[in-house]
Design a protein around this ligand. Structure first.
Ligand SMILES: *Cc1c(COP(=O)(O)O)cnc(C)c1O
Length: 407
């Protein structure tokens, strides 16, 4: 089919012509991170970099470290901020608390669990990997069974991905803690909240988490570049007695300068300006409202998927993610080609299928600075893309989402 209003240039391989190169209007960045950076944060970052050893900086540092305790929901824990992506924060959690040869229990919820396990193995940890189908969260019965059969307490850490970004499945961390407590198992509980912090209810202290891992570029609405550890007193004590060789990632090196709002090496000052603003925005809206907004937008997204007659990857409704949704493409339709088409025609970026679902699943990020109309625009782009790509579907997704949002 020819598209008369587009100058015919190269073919995308999908039988469609590329649209003109200048793209008017805004780009829709609806991948599950990095997310849209709101103007208030961009403006906050757009300031001169200051002396990170000066007094003005100390206030910024303290405000960020204290503010993040509220976001993690911890009063007694410590927060560490690294100039790093989430992967760096994974590494920091491991090298500060574990030793080569230690066993760790990790659950195959999806791609990010696999990557975290591979990272752990590179440090000589023995990963007891509980296999999963990438369509369910952590099975707490398995947690209980594995811990109870660990009679000599070889498992030193239970590692969980709270929100598995590759599959749109959220695990119940409070239930994992309960299973550990029921078994009176002394392992540390480590939780990756890179795609859930500040978008899905999370309680570092109440849930007895020892190390929480987070990054700046998802629910926190910042550009990539900051990695976080929230650390319980128990994990901090463990780090003083044990751990792998570490220098840059050392919590201990951070603690001294942090006490006065400083960092041992040059911090990402401008991202910290942004972080201070992000914390203000989240507290202004109210964390409870932030979580409710994400729940509502995720439900609207699922109504759209149902309206299209497509299949969600997540099979358990109690584990639906509030921050991202993964959708199976019908057999014979490649998600990568579909995403290229949607990007070309509608200037909308969708998340790729990861790991074993590459080519078969596309993902919608609905986290961060997002409102009803931004989500509707995203869903419109997908519905038009499905039609244009010739994917069998019912053109009833957007209307189902709108109906829900207008209720
Ligand atoms: C994005 C993500 C990561 C990786 O973070 P990077 O910032 O890319 O290093 C880790 N875990 C989860 C669950 C994620 O969504």
């Amino acid at each position: 089919m020819a598209h008369q209003n587009f100058p015919s240039r190269t073919d995308t391989g999908t039988g469609h012509c590329l649209p003109p190169s200048y793209k008017a209007g805004r780009h829709f960045l609806q991948i599950p991170g990095p997310t849209n950076v709101p103007d208030r944060i961009l403006r906050a970052i757009d300031r001169p970099t200051i002396d990170h050893r000066g007094r003005e900086f100390a206030r910024l540092g303290r405000e960020c470290l204290e503010g993040m305790k509220q976001i993690f929901n911890t009063a007694n824990g410590e927060v560490f901020i690294f100039p790093a992506s989430g992967t760096g924060a994974w590494e920091a959690a491991i090298v500060n608390t574990l030793s080569a040869g230690d066993h760790v229990l990790l659950f195959e919820t999806g791609h990010f669990a696999v990557l975290w396990g591979q990272l752990a193995e590179k440090f000589g940890l023995i990963v007891d990997f509980v296999p999963g189908d990438w369509r369910h969260g952590i099975d707490t019965h398995v947690v209980a069974a594995r811990l109870s059969s660990d009679r000599d307490r070889a498992i030193k850490a239970v590692m969980c991905v709270h929100n598995e970004t590759s599959t749109g499945v959220t695990s119940d961390i409070a239930a994992v803690r309960k299973a550990m407590d029921a078994e009176k198992h002394p392992a540390l509980l480590m939780v990756d909240t890179v795609s859930s912090l500040a978008s899905i209810d999370y309680r570092h202290e109440e849930w007895g988490v020892d190390v929480t891992i987070a990054g700046s570029q998802k629910g926190l609405m910042l550009p990539p570049g900051l990695g976080f550890n929230a650390v319980s007193p128990k994990a901090l004590a463990a780090s003083q007695k044990t751990g792998l060789p570490r220098a840059f990632w050392s919590w201990e090196e951070m603690q001294g300068p942090n006490a006065n709002g400083y960092f041992p090496s040059t911090p990402a000052t401008n991202l910290l300006y942004g972080l201070r603003e992000a914390i203000s925005m989240l507290l202004e809206e109210g964390l409870e409202q932030v979580f409710q907004r994400h729940l509502r937008l995720s439900e609207a997204t699922r109504r759209a998927v149902g309206g299209w007659g497509l299949e969600l990857l997540c099979l358990n409704p109690t584990e639906y993610s509030a921050s991202c949704t993964a959708i199976l493409m019908p057999d014979g339709f490649n998600e990568a080609q579909f995403r290229v088409l949607v990007l070309d025609y509608y200037n909308l970026s969708l998340g790729a299928g990861l790991g074993k679902f590459a080519g078969r699943v596309f993902r919608i990020g609905h986290l961060g600075d997002l409102n009803d109309l931004m989500l509707c625009g995203t869903l419109c782009g997908i519905e038009m893309g499905l039609a244009r790509f010739g994917v069998p579907h019912h053109p009833c997704g957007v209307s189902a989402a709108m109906k829900y949002l207008a209720e």
